[in-house]
Design a protein around this ligand. Structure first.
Ligand code: PLP
Length: 422
């Protein structure tokens, strides 16, 4: 076979882009070389429908060992009693959970997308909002923080079967205990989607959702620094809330129901090459080095928020408890779209983001979201966060000035040589 130079040249170009620029997209990170090595392995050749030791294909003896290790390491990392490592993504993990515990048309209560929630938590353009009846809670206009009394009042009003906590752009920790009280009051199952702060939670830097939530889902590629993928966890053992029964007429356990909702419910063959990479990432996340990493992610986010505030930027909720923050650009007279498009010219990657009570469309937005997971993987420290904010400010205070953009880009490309990637 002739080598596909077109694609490999583009991959080299992408590597250069990643090396030379400042990556601030809060959901991105840089995996280790061994995580990528596992993903690019012969495991991609193997079909393995089913679970370890219960497969629909022959020749699964090796992938059984790999998947079992991934499960065991995930359980150890999160002190969980059960894990399914097969979801192809965070969205797939959430789809499986909803299939397992809901009937079409059931009410669900999630965090408003425009306040920082995720599409899969009930957005009308997503399966979750099309299949189930979505209701939302949000943050307060004055504080940017969720008011739990209002969550309770909404839950009592709409009587959801599922309550979801977790977000794509919320910089504060979650009161899982109070969410559980509310879920118990209305008879709902409680799901925490910890896709963003999973790594900080795993190493005890934020509240532990498994102390209170029936089910936890996460992606494996954000703060967790693994391959792109999803994961479902439980700690509590319980029957499935729908009361579905096994062929023998016994009520199926929630864990077994979740396994079935992943396969055959929503997926076919598992991606064993990605599962091997998840196992590698979970092992890395159990190390002392990773503990230092997540601790630095949090310190860097705090330093970055402080630097933004000092330069007059308006951070929703005034700061951050985790790795990310949402910045309202209206006080600077800028839109998210303009910020994203201008910063990328200087090799700074962020994403435009709706802010709570936004008056602009999702294509324009009034905000930008930034996070420190990726730059911390480049070995940056607090002082480097101040330098990054200085670069951003230099771009955004003069966004039309192409000569200035080119100058800042040159400075950034030179500066990034201090932080080698691979
Ligand atoms: N849940 C949350 C809270 C997320 O932030 C994301 C991704 O950004 C997802 C789910 C979906 O993950 P994926 O893109 O892997 O489907």
């Amino acid at each position: 076979m002739t080598r596909d130079n077109v694609i490999f040249d583009l991959i080299a170009k992408e590597q250069q882009r990643q090396e030379e620029g400042i990556e601030l997209i809060a959901s991105e990170n840089f995996t280790s070389l061994q995580v990528m090595e596992a993903m690019g392995s012969v495991l991609t050749n193997k079909y393995a429908e089913g679970l370890p030791k219960k497969r629909y294909y022959g020749g699964c003896q090796v992938v059984d060992e790999i998947e079992q290790l991934a499960i065991d390491r995930a359980k150890e990392l999160f002190a969980a009693n059960w894990a399914n490592v097969q979801p192809h993504s965070g969205a797939q993990a959430n789809a499986a959970v909803m299939l397992a515990i809901l009937n079409p048309g059931d009410s669900i209560l999630g965090f408003d997308l425009s306040h920082g929630g995720h599409l899969t938590h009930g957005s009308p353009v997503n399966f979750s909002g099309k299949t189930y009846k979505p209701h939302f809670y949000g943050v307060e206009k004055e504080t940017g923080i969720i008011d739990m009394d209002k969550v309770e009042a909404t839950a009592k009003e709409v009587m959801p079967k599922l309550i979801i906590c977790g977000a794509s752009a919320y910089s504060r920790d979650w009161d899982y205990a109070r969410f559980r009280e509310i879920a118990d009051e209305v008879g709902a199952t409680l799901l925490a989607d910890i896709s963003h702060p999973a790594g900080l939670i795993a190493r005890g830097l934020l509240n532990d959702p498994l102390d209170h939530c029936h089910i936890v889902t996460t992606t494996t590629h954000k703060t967790l620094r693994g391959p792109r993928g999803g994961l479902i966890l439980t700690r509590e053992e319980m029957p499935n809330p729908k009361g579905d029964t096994t062929p023998k007429g016994e009520v199926r356990s929630l864990n077994a129901q979740l396994d079935m909702a992943v396969f055959p419910g929503t997926q076919g063959g598992p991606l064993e090459h990605v599962i091997a990479a998840k196992a590698v990432a979970f092992q890395e996340a159990l190390s002392d080095e990773y503990m230092d990493y997540v601790y630095q992610v949090k310190k860097n986010a705090t330093a970055m928020a402080k630097a933004f505030v000092e330069r007059g930027y308006d951070i929703i909720s005034g700061g951050t408890d985790n790795h990310c923050m949402l910045i309202d650009l209206r006080s600077k007279g800028l839109t998210g779209k303009l910020a994203e498009n201008t910063l990328v010219k200087a090799d700074i990657t962020i994403n435009k983001n709706m802010v709570p009570f936004d008056d602009k469309s999702p294509f324009v937005t009034s905000g930008m979201r930034v996070g420190t997971a990726a730059v911390t993987s480049r070995n940056m420290k607090e002082a480097d966060m101040e330098q990054i904010v200085a670069f951003i400010d230099a771009v955004l205070t003069d966004p039309e000035n192409e000569a200035n953009l080119a100058k800042v880009k040159g400075e950034i490309n030179a500066w990034m040589k201090n932080f080698p990637l691979y």
